[in-house]
Design a protein around this ligand. Structure first.
Ligand code: PDD
Length: 290
């Protein structure tokens, strides 16, 4: 059984309990992060913590710990589990326990929970099918909120359709996947929707943009219409838990040739090199296993 972190204690996951009055349970009033850990080293930890801080500020929860304390806790959680393994960490902060009332209480103490899971990311190319659905979400998709009902509905629809992901479209423009960001290759150019309050600023997305910035594959951060998406040569999905995945069928039709694309293979290789180099430079605290 894995060890999780709940409100100041490292305990077995199956003994972790929170109150039914927790506002995360009652209102979905909280935020979360998911970060990958390779051989005990969190990848882009600062970027994930920065996004965590932005999400907390956006919903007016005072950061319960601060950057350095978060880093210590994350490394302690890794050390308490399988420190040499490749893992993903799920981290959640809710507004805490309070009598049910929509208005946020001024005095509640945030509930902080972290657990580890197996990370399925591989650096080998992977291909999947996807469908296009209307984006039914709110206007603050940049906040990594735990209230994910439209995302759950979209992923469930994808799953029932026998495909991996739903690519969401708002007013004819691509936003992102139900739990991923979207890239396309259109007339040989790599494109991804620009950052806005309609998409989550994905850490994998940002890393790919950075890794390719000074190359001939530099990413254009531009609006992508549904028409352009459906006519593109390649479509990829990115996330911390799956890295870059190639969509070779979209709405039951082949994307481009219907095979994994050459640009995808090239970018995966470049991304893998970038990641390995950055992880090699990641300093781990003394008490971690390395
Ligand atoms: N989700 N957009 C949405 C809506 C997401 O939920 C995610 C990730 C991403 C990609 O972000 P990143 O590259 O930082 O993982 C984009 C995580 C993995 C999840 O909810 O499990």
């Amino acid at each position: 059984m894995s060890t999780c972190y709940l409100n100041g204690k490292f305990i077995p996951l199956d003994s972790a309990r929170v109150s039914v009055l927790d506002r995360g349970f009652i209102f979905g009033d909280g935020i979360y992060e998911v970060l990958p850990v390779y051989a005990g080293r969190p990848f882009r930890l600062e970027a994930h913590l920065c996004r965590l801080e932005q999400s907390l500020v956006a919903i007016s929860i005072v950061d319960p710990y601060g950057r350095l304390a978060w880093i210590d806790l994350i490394y302690e959680l890794i050390a308490a589990n399988c420190p040499a393994e490749t893992l993903s960490i799920y981290l959640q902060v809710t507004r805490g326990v309070a009598p049910r009332n929509h208005a946020a209480p001024l005095t509640s103490i945030p509930t902080v929970f972290m657990m580890v899971s197996e990370l399925t990311t591989g650096l080998v190319p992977a291909q999947v099918a996807a469908i296009v659905l209307e984006d039914l979400r709110w206007q603050r998709c940049d906040i990594k909120a735990i209230s994910l009902l439209p995302n759950v509905m979209a992923r469930t629809a994808a799953s029932l359709a026998g495909v991996y992901e739903a690519i969401l479209v708002r007013d004819g423009w691509v936003t992102e996947g139900a739990a991923s960001n979207v890239f396309i290759v259109s007339r040989g150019r790599i494109k991804t929707p620009p950052k806005s309050s309609f998409i989550l600023s994905g850490i994998t997305r940002d890393t790919i943009v950075e890794a390719l910035a000074d190359t001939t594959d530099a990413v254009q951060e531009v609006e992508i219409s549904q028409t352009e998406l459906l006519a593109s040569e390649e479509v990829w999905l990115t996330s911390s838990t799956r890295d870059i995945v190639s969509v070779t069928r979209l709405d039951s039709r082949p994307v481009g040739t219907g095979e994994i694309g050459v640009v995808y293979r090239r970018v995966c290789a470049a991304y893998a090199r970038f990641k390995v180099a950055e992880l090699a430079n990641t300093k781990t605290p003394l008490y971690s296993s390395s």
